[in-house]
Design a protein around this ligand. Structure first.
Ligand SMILES: *Cc1c(COP(=O)(O)O)cnc(C)c1O
Length: 418
């Protein structure tokens, strides 16, 4: 997989999508920085795009208007997507609800179960390194009277199962743990967490926004009751995602919104066939390209890490070296603040994982605040502020990695000498 292949694929788009091809060929890849930020979002796979286009133009029916072919045809598109999403996590289509993405899926799952079932059990558990939308949902529920437990993680970023064993009880309604961490790439042992939840009669939710295509997930084997996913993290479109809800939990969740009762009353609103066809195709590719993607990003990552470590001293890997998604590389670069590196090395699109908050503790406000994920790993503040995330993807090329290494080396040396 490389840029050449991307272009060849775009060229091979069917004649139906001439318009889209013209659009694609106007994208000027060379003019932009090298994209090493595939965990923030991914480019749309041209095979996904190809599948979406007819439903943006020619086939515009409302899938819920089943009195005529405009609608029935589009409902078939939604059904096909539901099958493909279900296949990719080894479940059946009737357990899949469509919504706008992982933020909404996480809110729907966590708040939906808590608000519906808090009279039976009133405690929910998660971890410090979860995505903000999980943590914020917990704080919202705390205000509504739920008891929340946000557990620390190991310095490797992995979940400490002993701590979870201590925390979980017959009062625990829900445990939520992400599949793959978005900042440091560690893969959590969902199967063991799932087993522990089952033992204590607690529901288990996983935020698999970074899990699809990056870790093998089987909701039955792993005893997962709810799973969130989102198209734009695995070469699908933005603004579309899905929530898996186990048979046992069906009909029990309290929805966030009132409306026409689509998606079994969990998520009212008209389905979006063009987004769904893209999500479905992206799910199918996440499975069929799994091994190839894994091998490709692993080779890029290890080459990048080795070469950079050889060229400049003081590079440290954040997060567990073994239990990880290999397309992620979060490193601390001694003596170089990430905010400085990002503004100096503009030829490379990377991420610091730290939103620039107004942290009173810092005199130099432009350094930003250290990432809460890295802080949870007890990484010293200076090193956390010197950490950057590179993430490689299906369409990253060896040439891009090579060029990025050159730019980064130059910047690091320059900034260290200032
Ligand atoms: C991107 C991401 C989200 C949010 O997904 P959206 O679809 O953009 O709302 C949630 N959790 C994790 C781990 C993510 O990486």
């Amino acid at each position: 997989m490389n840029l050449l292949r991307y272009r060849t694929l775009i060229k091979s788009c069917s004649s139906l999508v001439k318009m889209s091809r013209r659009f694609c060929s106007t994208i000027d890849y060379e003019a932009k920085p090298i994209f090493l930020d595939n965990q923030a979002t991914t480019p749309i796979d041209p095979r996904v795009f190809d599948e979406m286009v007819p439903h943006m133009t020619r086939d515009f029916g409302n899938p819920h208007s089943t009195a005529h072919i405009y609608g029935t045809k589009q409902m078939k598109v939604c059904d096909k997507a539901r099958e493909r999403v279900a296949d990719c996590i080894s479940t059946c289509p009737s357990n899949i609800i469509f919504l706008s993405g992982a933020t909404e899926a996480n809110n729907t799952a966590i708040k939906g179960v808590s608000r519906a079932l808090k009279s039976s059990r009133n405690e929910i558990i998660t971890f410090e390194t979860e995505h903000k939308c999980v943590l914020e949902s917990f704080y919202d529920l705390e205000k509504e009277g739920m008891k929340i437990k946000i557990l620390p993680v190991e310095p490797t970023g992995l979940i400490n199962l002993d701590l979870l064993k201590e925390a979980i009880s017959d009062k625990t309604l829900l445990v939520t743990a992400m599949a793959v961490n978005n900042e440091i790439g560690v893969i959590h042992s969902l199967k063991e967490i799932g087993a522990l939840c089952k033992e204590h009669g607690a529901y288990f939710h996983t935020d698999a926004a970074q899990g699809i295509g990056k870790a093998r997930i089987n909701v039955t084997d792993m005893n997962i009751d709810m799973l969130s996913l989102t198209g734009h993290k695995f070469y699908g479109p933005k603004g579309i995602g899905a929530l898996y809800i186990s048979q046992e939990l069906q009909g029990k969740l309290k929805p966030l919104m009132s409306g026409g009762g689509q998606e079994k009353g969990i998520r009212s609103g008209t389905l979006t066939p063009f987004l769904l066809s893209g999500l479905g195709k992206a799910c199918q590719l996440a499975t069929s390209e799994f091994d190839r993607d894994k091998e490709w990003v692993s080779s890029l990552q290890s080459y990048f890490f080795k070469t950079l470590s050889d060229k400049v001293e003081g590079i440290h890997l954040n997060g567990d070296p073994d239990h990880r998604y290999q397309g992620n590389l979060n490193i601390a670069i001694e003596g170089v603040y990430s905010s400085r590196l990002i503004s100096d090395c503009t030829q490379v699109a990377m991420s610091s994982g730290a939103a620039c908050l107004n942290d009173d503790l810092l005199d130099e406000c432009d350094l930003g605040a250290p990432s809460y994920v890295l802080s949870a790993l007890q990484i010293p503040k200076t090193l956390a502020l010197s950490s950057v995330r590179f993430s490689f993807g299906r369409f990253t090329t060896k040439e891009e990695v090579e060029a990025a290494l050159g730019y980064l080396q130059k910047s690091i040396i320059k900034l260290r000498n200032q």
